[in-house]
Design a protein around this ligand. Sequence first.
Ligand SMILES: *Cc1c(COP(=O)(O)O)cnc(C)c1O
Length: 399
Amino acid sequence: MESRRLLEESAHYLMHTYNRFPIILRKGRGMKVWGADGKEYLDFVGGIAVNCLGHCHPKVVIAVQKQVQRLIHVSNYYHIEPQIKLAKILVENSFADKVFFCNSGAEANEAAIKLARRYCREVLGQNRFEVITAINSFHGRTFAALTATGQEKFHKGFEPLVPGFNYVPFNDIDALEAAITKHTCAILLEPIQGEGGVKIPDPDYLRDVRKLCDKHGILLIFDEVQTGIGRTGTLFAYEHFSVTPDIMTLAKGLGGGLPIGAMLATDKVAAGFEPGSHASTFGGNPLVCAAAATTLDVLLEDGFILDQCRRMGKHIRLKLEELKKEFPSIISEVRNMGLLVGMELTREGASTVKACMERGVLINCTAGNVLRFMPPLIVTEKEIDHLADILGQIFDHRA
Ligand SMILES: *Cc1c(COP(=O)(O)O)cnc(C)c1O
């Protein structure tokens, strides 16, 4: 059949960097996607926290259609209208004063690390270059972002890595203080560890990190590639913790599905870059910026979607806690902030992901045993109830 031929060609022509599920997704609308064979799925993966407004949101589709006819790409040698519009929205709705655009989360982190080092050397005139990151963090796959990622399994076989990185346990302020040296230039953290298993720090941790940074004159970088763009119920996760970073990175949800990354900073720190310091050919291209500006416009329009995200975050928590009561030997913990949701199992999660898919629900598993749910922020109570029913059926079968 057609699907079988496509799966064969996929294995034949594509480099084997992903262990893909044997389905081909062809169409999506809102919370739903459809396979090439016509099978319908409820999507609780959301392109890994990318499709924040759901699949093919009509306003994003129209913005892309309009822009693609007008202008797709010009160089950053020239000023670009949708890029200016997007930067303005980001600055007006965050701690930041300036934005640099790139194409992915890893690239945004590369830019952040470069800016931090250059700021210390060129603006402060100090030989500080070390970046402290957390064990179990995830910051991307390019070399500096990979080195920043505090998980050996991602480093294996790629050594030598980039010099000047140091790792501490997440949520341990004493370990962080002990790791600071006269060469430390920045602390890079995810406010909530996503790939690491949806790990939420104690309420005071990030505030204490900020205090440490101020005491030692160190920059604080938040990687909000996964937690940003409404995922946790506020536009950025740092808003929950009453701290602001000096630099923040974004990607995933920012483009409403189109590939875009951004690195934001205060004016003071942004002074570390000057013309020629950093660049990206595609970064902030008219098409992706038009999609991102519309995504943010829709998200911020009347606060309705952020409110929905917070309410649905509470609802999914309630439903998953009910499951935990019913299956205490299978589920060890439920963690969430808004619609970044993790359910830790007492065993590997892969078979549950597969069983859900067979029953028409797409979910993800990270860190081996944490089922992760990152649905579009427009998910409804009914859809969450359906997910909980399916999970209940699956756990019932094996209990
Ligand atoms: C996904 C992710 C990245 C990497 O983003 P890419 O676009 O895949 O390079 C970096 N940081 C965090 C926190 C992420 O979740």
